[in-house]
Every structure is written in C-alpha cells, then in structure tokens.
Design a protein around this ligand. Structure first.
Ligand SMILES: C[S@@+](CC[C@H](N)C(=O)[O-])C[C@H]1O[C@@H](n2cnc3c(N)ncnc32)[C@H](O)[C@@H]1O
Length: 205
C-alpha cells in the first residue's frame, strides 16, 4: 500500500490478483447456477485430484449429487473425462480454489458430506497455515450442513491427521464419530502412492 496526496493506493499486482479472483469467483458462481439452479444437497470433495474416488462413489449412488473441486485444471480435466466416459449426470468436477468456492456458494446448495482425501500436508510448521483444514474452514463447512452432516478426512501424514483431530475436538461445530464407517472405499491417485493412511470422521453437532 502506498500513499500519495492523501489517497491510499494499492500495488498494481495486488489489484490485478483481486480482479482475477473476482473473475474466478464469477465463473464458479455461473457454473453452480447452471448445474444446481434449485435447492441441492451434494456430496462434496475438496481437492478431488483426478476424480477417482468421487467417480466411483457417484456410480454407486446415482441419486446423489456429487461435486468435486480442485485447483489444478489438468486434474479436473482428467476427472471430467471419467465422468463423460461413464455418462454420469449426478457427477460434477470444477476447477476452483476451496476458499473462493465457499465464498460464492449459493445458500440453496448444502453439503450432505464433505470429503478430504490426501490433502497437501504442508509438513513445515511455518506452512501449517496453508493447510486446508483450519478452524475457520470447519466453521464454514458446518454452516452449510445440517446437524448430522459428515466430514471424512484421510491422510498419510501423521502430523496432519493429529492436527485435524485436534481441530475437530476443539470446534464447537463438530464432534468426532469414533465408530463411523468410511463413506466409500476407492483408492485415489495419491492413496495408491502411499504405504498407509489415517482416517477420521466428524459429525456436525
Ligand atoms: C495431494 S493431492 C490429492 C488429490 C486426491 N484427493 C487424491 O487423493 O489423489 C491434493 C489436491 O488438492 C488440491 N488442492 C490443494 N489446495 C486446494 C484448494 N485450496 N482448493 C482446491 N483444491 C486444492 C491440489 O491441487 C491437489 O490436486
């Protein structure tokens, strides 16, 4: 931020990024309004990668709306190819950043379940703020779900697992469901690369 003749001006790069973000959010909203024009309940996967898990889930649950988002266009393209090959009308993949997506998500669209599979662990302490799971995110997700809505999280990274359990335990919006079954088993691209993993299920309270 700089100041000239009493007026505050923002750096050009910042303003450009702000504009790009507004454009991305407008695209996300347009997509959501086109595919979910009315009230809709969805199974939502954040960071869906190549779409292995959600495609398999959607094939077995044809009456449920499924939506996966990912930051990387190439991964979303691969996911959409899976959807097209199987002709699945109940399945959607969208290139979107989670924070921007939640900012523009219409109130009529709510989540039945949210799923995080092998999200980037950001192992260094100074990078923990970049992890998708944060207290603010858990609050936002809960606000878009009914009581009993479920949160499924799986990672190969012990520290990220502990972090997520701690955040769920500390959140007044969630409780951990110790006995809950996993929603659906299908090996994802990243799961296939890992030797093991940890899973936790949360429920809106
Ligand atoms: C390690 S990969 C796991 C992909 C997939 N879930 C799997 O198990 O194969 C993490 C994915 O999250 C996506 N991602 C990271 N941060 C994101 C964000 N803020 N919003 C949307 N996607 C994000 C990345 O682009 C990447 O595809």
């Amino acid at each position: 931020m700089s100041q000239t003749d009493g007026r505050i001006s923002m750096p050009e790069g910042y303003l450009k990024e702000l504009k790009r973000s507004e454009e991305r959010k407008a695209e996300i909203l347009k997509y959501l309004q086109e595919y979910f024009p009315d009230q809709a309940k969805i199974i939502f996967e954040a960071g869906c990668g190549h779409g292995h898990w959600l495609t398999s889930y959607a094939m077995e649950n044809l009456k449920q709306n499924c939506l996966g988002i990912d930051l990387i266009a190439g991964r979303v393209d691969k996911a959409n190819k899976k959807k097209e090959k199987r002709n699945l009308d109940n399945l959607h993949f969208l290139k979107a950043e989670l924070g921007e997506f939640l900012e523009v998500l219409p109130k009529e669209i709510t989540f039945e379940a949210v799923v995080f599979l092998f999200p980037d662990p950001w192992p260094k302490a100074r990078h923990h703020k970049k992890r998708m799971i944060q207290s603010s995110l858990l609050e936002k997700l809960a606000s878009r779900m009914e009581k009993d809505g479920l949160f499924y999280f799986r990672t190969d990274d012990r520290s990220y697992f502990d972090w997520t359990v701690e955040h769920l335990n500390q959140s007044k919006f969630w409780k951990i469901r110790e006995e809950a079954d996993w929603l659906h088993e299908e090996v994802t691209y990243f799961q296939n690369l890992m030797e093991g993993y940890f899973s936790v299920v949360g429920e809106v309270q």
